[in-house]
Write a protein that binds this ligand. Sequence first.
Ligand SMILES: C[S@@+](CC[C@H](N)C(=O)[O-])C[C@H]1O[C@@H](n2cnc3c(N)ncnc32)[C@H](O)[C@@H]1O
Length: 380
Amino acid sequence: MATDLSRPDPDGSGISRRLTRRIRTEIRARGWIGFERFMERALYEPELGYYNNGSTKFGPLGDFVTAPELSPVLAGVLATRIADVLRPFDEPVVLEVGAGTGRLAVDLARALRALDIRAQYWILEPSPELRDRQRRRCAAAGIEIRWLDDFPREPFDGAIVANEVLDAFPATCFVKRAGEVRPLGVGWAEREFAWMEGPADAELSVYIASLERRLGRRLADGYRSEVSRQLPSWMRRVAAALSRGAVYVLDYGLTETEYYHPQRPHGTLICHYRHRAHDNPFLFPGLQDISAWVDFSACARTARQAGLTVAGFTTQGQFLVEAGTMPDAGSRPQAADLAAAQALKTLVLPGEMGERFKLLVLSRGMSLDPPPGRDFRARL
Ligand SMILES: C[S@@+](CC[C@H](N)C(=O)[O-])C[C@H]1O[C@@H](n2cnc3c(N)ncnc32)[C@H](O)[C@@H]1O
């Protein structure tokens, strides 16, 4: 397994060069593009973007590992919560948004079946290449899935699950300069992409002014960070899709106060290439993941505005430990249990995924107990 930032193979280099040329053409025509636009093309350009070009992405031979890829434990615990949501409905649906390799779909559908829940399982997946992978995996597991191109027009009763999807929404980057908010984007200089400040953006400035009012302080000069401008419309579409039920959003993220903390002056943008995390989004366009941490306060606010109720907010570690996933202290592990125990540790330990990853539960048309784990809703 390659573990450095060394050059990609010839196929990968070819993809990256073609994508670079396309983005450079747009930059030349317009002089500048916002980072949001760059990230959208780097991740989602048809056939060439990271999520569309057939690269491995997930697992040891890819660039990163997600919680469902590590272990079926998260799926098992989610299933017990989702089963309670689905039980009262005659024709319940689980809609998974952004299903990656289909691993969570298989484990969750199986766990629901084991709990005697008969539900339709739908996946909303924009990447044709990942859809193919999901189709193969689900078919091999005997799981029946319906794939959607968009949120359904007719609202349904059930659950919506999005694990590590919101971090992949193109981020709008900005910097404070002499008291003004400047959008940060991408230019072309000395044969490569380079950060470049763009023209004032009234909508962005209004958002940052309201953020500063909520924080009760101004962001310092030179402070850089991100905003997800796709989040409000995504939340509105989620809310419109759900008649009664719950939404489970899991991702790495922070509350607003932590996200825009003075000690986080460079924002949260993070790139993954061959299991190395770094902060250069211009490296090998199309061959590395680019993401930004999720602002869970913004998620909760936009969810409420869309008519959803915030039913729970805790850390992934708290959620899994309080759900009783840890082995008994007195039990003797078998050799086969050790790999599973290692994966579980990665999911729950504070220095691993346990605290960085959060679970936000939203509900509509039904009352829901908060999930297991400390209730951090007051911090949102
Ligand atoms: C980091 S992967 C996570 C995959 C999977 N949920 C997991 O945890 O293993 C991000 C997934 O979200 C999908 N995705 C990205 N943007 C999306 C959007 N706007 N709507 C739905 N899915 C999206 C990607 O194609 C990919 O399947």
